[in-house]
Design a protein around this ligand. Sequence first.
Ligand code: UD1
Length: 366
Amino acid sequence: MRLMLVIGARPQIIKSAPVIHEALKRSEIELQLIHTGQHYDYEMSRMLFGELDLPDPLANLGVGSGTHAYQTGKMLIELEKTIMDLGPDMVLVPGDTNSTLAGALAAVKLHVPVAHLEAGARSYDMQMPEEINRRLTDHCSSLLFASTRNCVEKLAGEGIQRRHIRLSGDTMYDAMLQHMKRADETEILKKLDLKREEYVVLTLHRPENVDAPEKLERIIKALIVLKGLAIVFPVHPRTKKRLATVKLMRHKAAVEHIKLIEPVGYEDMLHLTMNAKMVFTDSGGLQKEAFWLHTPCITLRDTTEWTETTDLGANILVGDNPQKIAEAAKEIIEDADVKAKLRRLKNPYGDGRASEKIIRYILKRR
Ligand code: UD1
C-alpha cells in the first residue's frame, strides 16, 4: 500500500513521528513522506528530523511563506502534481495547518482517499485559520482519527458518519512517552541557568496575539510582574519579526526577566515544560503536553480546541486580559498541591498506542 503523508509545519513533524516509525515497521506499506516547506528554518524543521530519527522526505515542495491563499494555493498546485506522479492509495494529513488542508483538497479532488489525524478538534472560532483548515479537512476525509471521545462526538454532531470515524488516541502523547526518558535527562536548565519551578515557559505565535504590537506588549507586561519567576520564551520566527517592534522588550524589567531563546528541540521543550511552575501559551499542542506533564497551563486565547484540558481544570483560558492572566497565575502560585492534583487526573487522550492503531486501521481500509 502506498501511503502518502503530507507534513509542513513543526507540530506536524512531531505528531507524525510515531506514525512514521510504525509505518516503517510494516512491509505492506510504502511510505511517501512529503514536506510542503511551510516551515523552512533549521529549528522549525530539519533539527526535528534528526532528533526524532525520521527519514528524509521523498520531496520538499519548498513552498515557504506567504498569505493564506498564496501559500495554500502554491501547495495545492505542487501537491496535485506530486500525487499524480507518485500515485498513493491514501493520503494522510495531520493537524490543522495550511499544509493539512492543501494535502486533503489536492487528494480528494483526485479521488484519492484522505485520512485525517487529529480529526474532530474544534475551537468554534472561525477567525482562526486552523479552525477552518481542520473543519474542511474533516469534511473531505473518509477516515477520521479522533484523539478523544469528545472529538468523535463533535464529528458525529456535524453529520459525519460514524463508520468513517476511529477513536485512536493522540499521537502527540505517543511521541511524548517515547521521548520521555531522554527528555528527562536534557541539560537545558543548566544551559539556561534555571532552577526547577523557578521559571515559567512562554510561547506565542498566533497571528491574533503577535501581529498587533500592542497586544503582544499587553501580554508581556502582565507576565514580567510575576515575582521570583523567570520567563523562558522560545521565540517562533513569526513572533521574532514582531517582537522587534515592541518597545517594552528593551525595558529593564523585561531584559532582566525574560530569557529570549531560539526555538528549542522537542526533548528540551518537554524538559522545560515538565519542570516549569506553569506554562503560558497560545499553541494547541503545548496545552496538551503541559497537561500530560502535570504542569498548569494558562492559555492566552479565548477559545481552545482541546476543551478536555479546560474541562478538567488543568488549563485556564485568559485571552490577552492582564487581570485574568494575573489572577490565574496567582491561583497556581498559591496552590502548593497543584501538580499533585494534575497528576491525579484521568488522561482522555489514549494509552500511548494511537500510532499503532492508526496504521492498523489504515491497512484494514486498504
Ligand atoms: C503554522 C500553522 C499553525 C501551527 C504553527 C506551528 C497555519 C495556518 N498555521 O503557523 O497551525 O500551530 O505553524 O508553528 O498553517 N516563518 C519563518 N521560518 C519558518 C516558518 C515560518 O521565518 O521556518 C515565518 C514566515 O515569515 C511566515 C510566518 O513565520 O510569514 C508564519 O509562518 P506560517 O507557516 O504562515 O504560519 P505559523 O504562524 O508558523
